[in-house]
Write a protein that binds this ligand. Structure first.
Ligand code: F0G
Length: 340
């Protein structure tokens, strides 16, 4: 469906504000509105070539929307397990419109994933969760594209949930030279939301032991995950690249969401803004130094989460008025022009 080859855009205003060179990799411009499409095109193709008729995945919404779309094109049946009440409304509409089977499971994403994995083991469906290696093969192309566009990168900042994407991107950087791309190895920065940050805690404790967060909570529903399946791979990516993990509060995530809208005109979903929140935090702590070149992976589209958009709109002051006639509309416009 034309997935991949997303724009890498210099965020000029943010660069000035933060004193570093910031680029955004606009992954929300993929066909279903998130980076998941890169992996799903591979995963679903493999499932179809193996002769599976049903594909299944647990999801916080984006994996589900992507799987549903690619399954439709491949003519296989998509079955989705979601945490009941735990996904953004735009994603639910998207999945419903694509006619996927939706199984709402009481509990967290981690409970949904357990059910999905057991179903796969029993041979009921082909599993397309990010434990599926083919998906990560698709997602690693983010690294190749960054290297096609830039001749140096100091940091790549990635929001982390189930931890597949940061692992895939690092794999891409490690393999790039095999394709004749420059061998540039940025530091990988994984950012989690405070209330769902088992990897950050494992990294910060230096023990590397990952403890499951039983009741993960954050406004960023896409990364509301307490037991990431790719934990070991992600921690290895951070370690090998000389990078780090960070954690940010919901307040910092919402502030970043608003900054991206106000200063760069970009509407992303809260999980995406987590990467900017991480960068702001690491700048204020002096971890990322002046003038460094940073790529933020902007993972999911703002239109998927209308509640979050409403929050930004409130901050922008709901500049909304109405008119009963065209004459009245003209008067209102004159007023607006006078105040601008
Ligand atoms: N950003 C968005 C918008 C996501 O949807 C996800 C994951 C992530 C970041 C984190 O990526 O899991 O590879 O570390 N969403 C999954 C889903 C869990 O079901 O859509 P990750």
């Amino acid at each position: 469906m034309g997935e991949g080859s997303t724009p890498l855009v210099k965020l000029e205003n943010l660069s000035r504000m933060l004193g570093v060179e910031v680029y955004g990799k606009l992954e929300f411009l993929n066909p279903t509105g998130s980076f998941k499409d890169r992996g799903m095109t591979v995963g679903v193709s493999v499932a179809a070539s193996f002769g599976y008729r049903i594909v299944a995945a647990a999801s916080t919404g984006n994996t589900a929307a992507s799987m549903a779309a690619y399954a439709r094109r491949a003519g296989v049946e998509p079955v989705i397990l979601i945490p009941k009440g735990g996904i953004a409304s735009g994603k639910l509409s998207q999945i419903q419109a694509l006619g996927a089977w939706i199984l709402e499971v009481e509990g967290t994403f981690d409970d949904s994933l357990e059910a999905a994995r057991t179903a796969a083991v029993k041979g009921l469906a082909y599993s397309l969760n990010s434990i599926n290696p083919y998906r990560l093969e698709g997602q690693k192309t983010i690294a190749f594209e960054i290297l096609e566009d830039l001749d140096s990168v100091d940091y790549v900042v990635v929001p982390v949930g189930n931890a597949g994407n940061i692992s895939a991107i690092w794999k891409g950087f490690k393999e790039a030279s095999l394709l004749g791309l420059p061998s540039i190895k940025p530091r990988m920065v994984g950012v989690q939301a405070e209330g769902a940050s088992p990897l950050y805690k494992a990294w910060a404790s230096r023990s590397g032991a990952v403890e499951r967060v039983r009741n993960p909570s954050t406004i960023a529903s896409a990364i509301r995950i307490g037991n990431p399946v790719n934990a070991a791979k992600a921690l290895r990516a951070v370690e090998e690249s000389g990078g780090l993990m960070a954690s940010v509060s919901d307040g910092e995530i919402l502030k970043s969401l608003r900054i991206l809208a106000e200063h760069e005109g970009m509407l992303v979903e809260p999980a995406s803004a987590t990467s900017l929140a991480g960068l702001i935090r690491l700048r204020s702590e002096g971890v990322i130094r002046d003038g460094r070149r940073v790529v933020l992976i902007l993972t999911g589209h703002g239109l998927k989460d209308p509640k979050a958009l409403e929050f930004i709109a409130k901050g922008a002051g709901f500049r909304r008025t109405s008119a009963n006639t065209t004459e009245e509309a003209l008067l209102k416009l004159e007023e607006i022009a006078a105040h601008s």
